[in-house]
Design a protein around this ligand. Structure first.
Ligand code: UD1
Ligand code: MG
Length: 468
């Protein structure tokens, strides 16, 4: 169920597309359902459904998640009614699991447990209950004197006495399709909100012996209604993700300040993460990689034994093995950093291929470039790749040495094993094995500095004392 407006988010983005650990809320639920072995998944969409469908297709493949439209939001019971045509051809014996689209931390094991409980239940229905740590406007589980689940009373319909009930409805259900079809048809909107409540199905299950309730920890089923809830769930998601990686062999100096997105992985054995590190998107990290304080890696692949020093930022970059990077290196999209490369402080790459063993240790901009094996880029080197209209390529061949403070005006090629003298502006291709230099010849004016200082001193002495 993901058709709701999400009014309390106060957002232009549909609520279920807000992200926790980098993954949209709805995608968490779909991912769990898939992991639990769901045969088919139908997303009930309404508010901004086109946008939600685009996001689902992009992540899970076009059409992998079916969509049922609920154009008018008339309650959770109505939402499921809208999805019935999509599953009408399934056998009545099948268990349908109904998940809340805005409660992302539901575990696949819990969905499997819920399904098994519905299978075993004579009433053919099971649901998750939870005891919230503070009063929440959730439906209360009303039981008969024998403890059998009799019905759910919604918060807005509950008496003060009913509001004292600790057991609340978490919003996750499993029910046989046959019962679902029959019971949904009988729902009526005779309640405080004037909606069709899915929760009224529980009273019908009572007539068959009562639905089974399974207690789940609140942190797992907490729904998100506003941004405070969102932040709370984010903390819990991150705690879980970090714990799983630490158990898998990753060291985190400070798990509380380590931010690893849900889609990140694998992270290899003996990966070491300093404080305030963020691994985002689909980042993958090989064995024995060290990523120090303050680094942010987004959609980056790092091979084994690489050392990324503090405050390095990489996006859509492939980093090889045994690379030394940082502090303060910035690799922008489409950078390819091969094995044994060294990139030092204030070096920026963009769409640049640094081949094995090449080095740019200080202060450089390398954009739209290929840097051959073992080439050396001196401090202050700039590829002038942009003329305000187009972008042009710089090719630095293997073994070339680019002297400090050089500008390479693209398109240009610096040939294999050649030298570019410090301070050179390269505008023509440099043939293999040669020296390119555009430096103005040096002139030494002997004694000039001494004479200059004496003249200044004399001027000062000649000024009247009151002017001084
Ligand atoms: C619902 C339950 C309540 C439970 C709580 C747990 C009902 C009547 N009440 O209340 O017992 O304690 O969840 O979080 O079910 N949705 C639609 N179409 C609609 C209405 C809702 O798709 O017409 C979707 C929403 O997008 C959301 C989910 O259903 O993902 C739950 O809806 P919401 O309005 O948040 O229900 P609650 O009032 O929280
Ligand atoms: Mg809700």
């Amino acid at each position: 169920m993901a058709a709701g407006l999400g009014t309390r988010m106060k957002s232009d983005l549909p609520k279920v597309l807000h992200r926790v650990a980098g993954r949209p809320l709805l995608h968490w639920v779909v991912t769990s359902a898939k992991a639990a072995g769901a045969g088919r998944i139908v997303a009930i969409l309404g508010h901004k459904h086109e946008q939600v469908k685009v996001a689902l297709d992009a992540s899970f493949g076009a059409g992998a998640v079916d969509v049922a439209l609920q154009t008018e939001q008339r309650g959770t019971g109505h939402a499921v009614q809208c999805a019935l045509p999509a599953i009408a051809n399934e056998s009545d014996d099948r268990i349908v699991v109904i998940l809340t689209g805005d409660a992302p931390l539901i575990a696949s094991e819990r969905i499997a447990e819920l399904t098994a409980a519905a299978e075993a239940s004579p009433a053919g229905m099971a649901l998750l209950s939870t005891v919230p740590p503070r009063p929440m406007p959730y439906g209360r589980l009303v039981r008969d004197s024998g403890g059998t689940l009799e019905r759910i009373v919604e918060h807005s319909d509950a008496t003060d006495e009913q509001k004292q009930i600790q057991d609340t409805n978490a919003g996750f259900y499993a029910i046989r399709l046959g019962h679902l079809k029959k019971d949904l048809a009988t729902l009526r909107a005779d309640n405080a909100k004037g909606e069709l409540y899915l929760t009224d199905l529980v009273a019908q299950a009572y007539a068959r012996g009562g639905a089974t309730s399974i207690d789940a920890p609140f942190t797992e089923v907490a729904g998100i209604n506003d941004r405070v809830d969102l932040a709370g769930v984010e903390v819990e998601a991150r705690r879980r993700i970090n714990e799983a990686w630490m158990r898998a062999g990753v060291t985190m100096v400070d798990p509380a300040s380590t931010f690893i997105d849900a889609e990140v992985g694998p992270l290899g054995k003996d990966v070491w993460l300093g404080p305030n590190v963020a691994l985002r998107g689909k980042t993958k990290v090989g064995d024995n990689v060290r990523i120090d304080l303050g680094c942010v890696l987004t959609d980056v692949t790092v091979a084994a034994d690489t050392n990324i020093k503090p405050y390095s930022i990489c996006t859509e970059t492939t980093v090889g093995a045994k690379v030394q990077m940082g502090p303060f290196t910035h690799c922008r999209p489409a950078s390819r950093i091969d094995d044994d490369v060294h990139l030092g402080n204030f070096v920026e790459t963009k769409k640049t291929h640094m081949m094995a063993g090449s080095k740019a240790n200080h202060l450089a901009y390398l954009g739209d470039a290929s840097v051959g094996q073992k080439a050396n880029i001196g401090a202050g080197t700039i590829t002038c790749n942009y003329d305000g209209v187009g972008k042009y390529q710089t090719t630095i061949e293997a073994g070339a040495f680019i002297g400090s403070d050089s500008q390479l005006v693209a398109p240009v090629t610096v040939g294999r094993d050649s030298y570019v003298g410090a301070g050179t502006t390269v505008t023509k291709d440099v043939p293999r094995g040669s020296l390119a230099i555009t430096r103005v010849k040096q002139v030494n004016v002997e004694g000039w500095a001494d004479r200059f200082r004496e003249a200044q001193a004399r001027k000062r002495r000649e000024k009247k004392p009151e002017e001084q």
